[in-house]
Ligand binder design. Structure first.
Ligand SMILES: [Zn+2]
Length: 247
């Protein structure tokens, strides 16, 4: 009789269900306050924060670096449950967290709603607290592989944006509105401009005589350079004067 069972299928189902009822880190029953990470895994907040502080987070959760990578979620407990472990449901549709339905958490308010409710009501505001949200504020909970890939890309994009902004603020090339002022910075720096002028063959030519050491006269120092004699001739940017003998 037991041989007829399909253990793989059962394991898979239990595994899936477990993700909806238990903390992804400790595997203990979810007990609010709970959080999700940017990839839609659920945790008991205390467990995750303790692991983070104690630097005991396993490698697979290495992308969780701080509180900013956690989103506090508001879970609705199924009311009829007595003692025992809490089960959760969509506050609008009443669909339960059983691995069969898709749920989203809204990033700004943390309410967790079933995809069905969000689809049916078609609102741009949370169905519980009416806080406005955009498509990119929806984080699918325990999503499939493809959905997690999308979330991971979004997380990395956001990180780059934050990094870029920090870099710009640090170098003073971001104004209050967050716009770029790269050109303004370059102009403000006279040296950068001068160097450019020389390399472009511009009017500001480098003159050896300008670099005279304190203990040398201008003439002595200039004589070290064969071309110094040409100073007597008119020289322009496009026409270089030739030494006397060749004129
Ligand atoms: Zn809400």
């Amino acid at each position: 009789m037991y041989a007829e069972k399909k253990p793989d299928k059962i394991d898979l189902h239990e595994q899936r269900l477990s993700k909806w009822l238990n903390c992804s880190l400790s595997n203990e029953p979810l007990k609010p306050p709970c959080v999700i990470d940017r990839l839609g895994n659920m945790f008991n907040k205390e467990t995750l924060v303790e692991a983070l502080i104690g630097k005991k987070l396993p490698k697979e959760f290495g992308y969780i670096k701080g509180l900013k990578d956690m989103i506090n979620i508001q879970l609705e407990v199924v009311p009829s449950e007595g003692l025992g472990n809490a089960r959760f449901q969509c506050p609008v549709s009443g669909l339960e967290f059983n691995g069969k339905y898709k749920f989203f958490s809204l990033k700004n308010c943390g309410h967790v709603l079933s995809a069905k409710a969000l689809k049916e009501v078609k609102s741009s505001a949370c169905l519980v607290c009416y806080k406005e949200f955009e498509e990119c504020d929806k984080i699918v909970i325990n999503g499939d592989e493809e959905e997690v890939v999308v979330l991971r890309e979004r997380m990395e994009e956001d990180r780059l944006k934050v990094k870029d902004k920090k870099r710009k603020v640090k170098h003073g090339i971001v104004d209050v509105k967050g716009g770029d002022k790269v050109a303004g910075k370059m102009k403000g720096n006279g040296k950068v401009e001068n160097v450019k002028g020389v390399s472009n063959g511009g009017s500001k030519r480098f003159k050896a005589a300008d670099m005279v050491p304190a203990n040398a006269t201008k003439d002595v120092y200039a004589s070290l350079f064969t071309s110094s004699q040409k100073n007597k001739f008119k020289e322009t940017y496009s026409c270089r004067s030739l030494p006397l003998g060749r004129n």
